[in-house]
Design a protein around this ligand. Structure first.
Ligand SMILES: [Zn+2]
Length: 293
């Protein structure tokens, strides 16, 4: 009997530990977490990447996965405000509540852009703490990889060096692609309009000029006068490009294109937003190509 127990314990000690259960809000976080965690993580992602990231439909399966999660990861700055806090609370999992060891908000190191001077949620402003779409800046992508590695290392200290080495690979890959992305976009004097204010970090990183958004405020649809005013501004500044995030209707972008002669390009703002954006690096590739085909 003793021998059997000892053998059993020996086998247990050489088996790899069960993967950490990680629930993330967005596919960008899922991709980076899988790259950093490797076989030591089992990742469940709440959003598909194809829907509006501010309003992700609730899946009952998310609650079950959150209840069993060792770690919950969100982009933060209230991007997931409409669904994530309620889901995390509903899971009743102590570990992943905001003050728990398994809660990670990656926005801590972000310098928020477009912080409103006054906020009226009733007015529909969905960016009350500043713009949350920093995932479109690949330098913040590096920060995300390092943040995820540090948290995984806290949860599983014996593998901290493996997670750090994996994050270093993600960082090296993104750094390696940066010069090529910069070269395609730099000095081209690219001016654009997007539907929603989801590209300020991308535009700042690559020196693009955003002349306006179709939504007069984040989350607010425009009226006819606002469309007229935007068309006038586009003509005044010589804007030739309207980027339309894949989950918005093309009606107003097409109307603006007719009014101004600009062209409409469909873009992802998350991994899986379009078929070409199949992982984080190809998301950035796809965005760069939308501005510099
Ligand atoms: Zn937004």
């Amino acid at each position: 009997m003793k021998i059997i127990i000892l053998t059993y314990l020996t086998v247990l000690s050489i088996l790899p530990a069960a993967p950490l259960n990680v629930v993330v809000t967005l596919p960008d976080l899922a991709d980076i977490t899988r790259q950093v965690g490797g076989e030591q993580v089992a990742v469940f992602c709440i959003a598909s990447g194809r829907e509006d990231p501010h309003n992700v439909p609730l899946k009952p399966s998310a609650i079950t996965r959150l209840a069993q999660a060792d770690l919950f990861i969100q982009l933060g700055l209230e991007l997931e405000h409409a669904y994530a806090p309620a889901l995390v609370k509903e899971s009743r999992n102590r570990k992943i509540q905001q003050d728990g060891p398994g809660f990670l908000d990656l926005s801590g190191g972000v310098k928020p852009l477009q912080v409103p001077t006054s906020v009226d949620r009733k007015g529909g402003d969905v960016h009350p703490n500043g713009n949350p779409h920093y995932n479109t800046d690949p330098v913040y992508g590096q920060m995300m990889a390092r943040g995820i590695a540090a948290k995984l290392g806290q949860l599983r200290p014996e593998s901290a060096s493996v997670f750090k080495a994996n994050a270093d690979k993600v960082v090296a890959l993104l750094q390696g692609r940066m010069a090529g992305w910069q070269a395609k976009l730099a000095g081209k004097n690219i001016k654009f309009v997007s539907y929603h204010a989801d590209l300020p970090y991308f535009a700042a990183r690559f020196g693009l000029t955003q002349v306006g958004t179709i939504q007069p405020k984040p989350g607010i649809e425009p009226g006819p006068r606002e469309i007229e005013a935007l068309a006038a501004a586009m003509q005044q500044h010589g804007v030739k490009l309207i980027v339309k995030e894949s989950f918005y209707s093309e009606r107003i972008p097409n109307q603006l294109a007719k009014m101004t002669g600009a062209k409409v390009v469909n873009i992802p703002i998350l991994v899986n937003g379009t078929p070409a954006a199949k992982d984080y690096v190809s998301l950035i590739d796809t965005l760069v190509n939308a501005f510099a085909p």
